[in-house]
Every structure is written in C-alpha cells, then in structure tokens.
Design a protein around this ligand. Structure first.
Ligand SMILES: Cc1ncc(COP(=O)(O)O)c(C=O)c1O
Length: 387
C-alpha cells in the first residue's frame, strides 16, 4: 500500500527513546534538543499584538515582505550575508522545511548528496525523499568533529550535486574551522556542486574565533543555500519558524513548492520572528553564557568518570562522549543506562554509522539535572566497565 519513498525514510532512533520515556517524571531526560528556556517576553508580546492587529490571514508564499526585510537585516548583522528580501529570502516552517525543500528543488533522483556523519537525522531522510544517493562524510573526534575539506574531496564524484554542512553540529557539538570552510568553498567551485548550510546553531559557539558563514562568501553566493532557525536561538521550537536565503532561482522555486505544501508559515509566527531578530539580543547572549557554564560542568564531570572520554564541544548544546571502552554497542549501553539508572541519553549510532561508540547528551537542561545525572553516571558506569 505504501510508496517506496515512505519505506526509505526510517523512524529516528531519537523518537524511539523519546516514546519510551515520554510522560515519565522519574526519568532524568538528556535526550531531545529543546532549550529549557521560555520564549522571551518581547517576542510573545509581538505575537499577541499581531493577533490583535489582524495579522491573521494568508501572507505572501515567501512570507510578509517586512518580515523578510527584518531577516535581511539579521543576515547582514549576524552572518555577514547580503540577501535581497524580495527575491533571495523565504520564511519557512522551521529549519526543517528549508532542509526538505532545498533537497526537493536541487536534487534529481540518482544525484549524490554528501552530508556529515554523525549528523542530524533528517539530513539523511530529506536526501532520500528527494531520491538522492546518501554519501556520508565522517566527522572525526580527533578533529574536534569539524568537517575536513580533504574528507569532503574524497567523497566527490561526477554525480555530486549537493553538500550539506552543519556547524556547530548536532549531535557532536563540533565546529568546522574557518579555513576548512574556505577550502570547501573552493571545492564547490572546482567540482561544481551546491552547498546547503544548516545554521540551526549559528548563535551557539564558545570559541574566540568568529565563525565564517559559508553563505557570506561572494565567490560562491550563486551556489549556497543557508537556513536559519528561530527554534534554538530564541527558544521558539514550538512556533515552527525559520528562514532561508540563497540564489534567486532556488528561493523562487522553493517559494513555488511552499505554495503547494503549506502556503506559508503561520502569519503570527512570522510577526514574532520579525520582532525576535529586530529586538534586543540580550536573551541570546544570556542563553549562550548559561550553555557555556553547563558545557564546562558536563565536560569536566564526564571526563572524571572511568571509561568515558568526552571532547569539549565547540558549539551547540550537545556533548558526544566516547564510550567505546564499555565494549557494548552505543544502543545497548544507552538502554542499560536508561533501564538501570533512569538517565536518558541517545545512542550515537542513531546519528549515522560513524556515531557508533558514542552517546549524545543534551545539556540544554537545568544545571541541577546535569549535576544529578553526572553523579548517577559516576556511580554506575565504572561498575559495568570491562576490567
Ligand atoms: C542540525 C539541525 N538542523 C535543523 C533542525 C530543525 O530545527 P527546526 O525545524 O526546529 O528549525 C534541527 C533541530 O533539532 C537541527 O538539530
């Protein structure tokens, strides 16, 4: 009864864990990437005003022009990207929709798409939905889980159509060095492929170096699509709002597809997003400072546990400790930890074949929960470590 494309898209390993723990108050949940902050008040007020002022109808398929103008201001200010709000920016239902539409617009059946592994689970599924061939490129622990241009180059063939980048990366917290970004841009020109830059965690980097956004490089402007999500930056996961910028023909085609699928994102969320990016960015800085403190606590705590080796993440709010010394698959270990201690983590293999041997732990949760989980893991894990 079901079409092949449906069968090609697996249920994510994250959901399986989530379904097991949902509604249970006895679990210390370190699974889903959901900031524990609430949407800042000035954004909520803007949404209420939007309702009262009648922003309750269909909008342009790319989103309100004034919302896109606000995004153009944000893109220039935060990402050094020049984009024309009339033709090169579209509002989307979260970053997720932008990922899917980019694949649908650019990838023909049989085209190869290179993507980071370990990586965000939907990258794989969206390539499959477009009929593309998935080509994982390994993110290596010894390189801080940043992507290397030389690894990308080894994966390129004459069928390569698109490269997906995601820095900071989910699930590792790895950040790609600016020099690698430049080398990757050169590869895109040399081998003639496009880039989809998933910037969902753009605001959460902890190093001193300002990240280079690949969409800001003029020499490859005609082949980069950059997506930004308000979900993490402004604690708006439930509002389902994001934005995408790219070449006019790509954004125009995505707008055409959006017309037939969703029409546009919710008008009220668009108005909230406009206020979010134009208002004071204090809440973003506050969140970043909080995540940095938690990152320090969790990195130190995990490394004190016998058998666990955790690299300090450069960004996002995930840490990806190496647990290979336990001699179990990551799925088995995560399951044992959950069943025997009630601490919920996600097995690294849920994020691709190269995620085996690791666990993903999300630290966008209270410091208290992090400390409690660390205490429990410190008591439990050494007991099951093979001698
Ligand atoms: C790397 C990455 N990209 C995109 C998304 C999609 O986020 P949203 O659709 O909420 O903007 C997520 C969500 O977790 C993510 O981790």
């Amino acid at each position: 009864m079901l079409a092949n494309r449906t069968n090609d898209v697996p249920a994510s390993g994250i959901r399986k864990v989530f379904n097991k723990i949902v509604g249970r108050s006895d679990i210390l949940d370190l699974t889903v990437g959901l900031p524990d902050f609430d949407t800042p008040q000035y954004i909520k007020e803007a949404a209420k005003r939007a309702i009262d002022e009648g922003y309750t109808r269909y909008t342009h398929n790319a989103g309100y022009i004034e919302t896109r103008e606000a995004m153009a201001v944000k893109l220039k200010r935060d990402n050094n990207i020049d984009a024309n709000p009339e033709t090169e920016i579209m509002m989307t239902v979260g970053g997720m929709e932008a990922l899917l539409l980019t694949n649908l617009v650019l990838v023909n059946p049989g085209d190869e798409v290179i993507y980071p592994d370990p990586g965000f689970v939907s990258h794989y599924s969206h390539i499959k939905l477009a009929g593309g061939i998935t080509v994982p490129v390994q993110l290596r622990k010894e390189n801080g889980f940043g992507i290397l241009a030389e690894d990308v180059e080894k994966s390129i063939t004459d069928k390569t159509k698109l490269l997906v980048l995601n820095s900071p990366n989910n699930p590792t917290g790895g950040v790609t060095a600016n020099e690698e970004m430049k080398k990757i841009a050169d590869l895109a020109v040399e081998y003639d492929f496009n880039i989809l830059a998933d910037e969902a965690y753009e605001q959460f980097t902890y190093g001193d170096q300002k990240p280079l956004f690949i969409g800001s490089l003029p020499e490859i402007k005609d082949r980069v699509v950059s997506l930004f999500s308000l979900s993490k930056t402004y604690a708006m996961t439930g509002w389902r709002i994001g934005t995408v910028s790219g070449p006019e023909n790509v954004i125009g085609s995505m707008t055409r597809l959006q017309e037939h699928v969703l029409a546009m994102p919710t008008s009220i969320s668009q108005k909230a997003a406009e206020a979010a990016v134009l208002g004071s960015q204090y809440s973003v800085r506050e969140m970043l400072d909080t995540f940095r403190k938690r990152r320090d606590i969790i990195t130190r705590g995990l490394n004190q546990i016998e058998g666990v080796d955790a690299l300090e993440p450069g960004g996002a709010f995930y840490i990806f400790p190496d647990i290979s010394e336990f001699g179990l698959t990551s799925e088995k270990l995560a399951e044992r930890i959950l069943d025997e201690t009630k601490v919920a983590t996600i097995h690294g293999s849920a994020f691709g074949e190269y995620g085996e041997g690791f666990l993903r732990i999300c630290y966008a949760v209270s410091t208290e929960r992090i400390e409690k989980a660390l205490q429990i893991l410190d008591q439990y894990l050494p007991k099951i470590l093979p001698k």
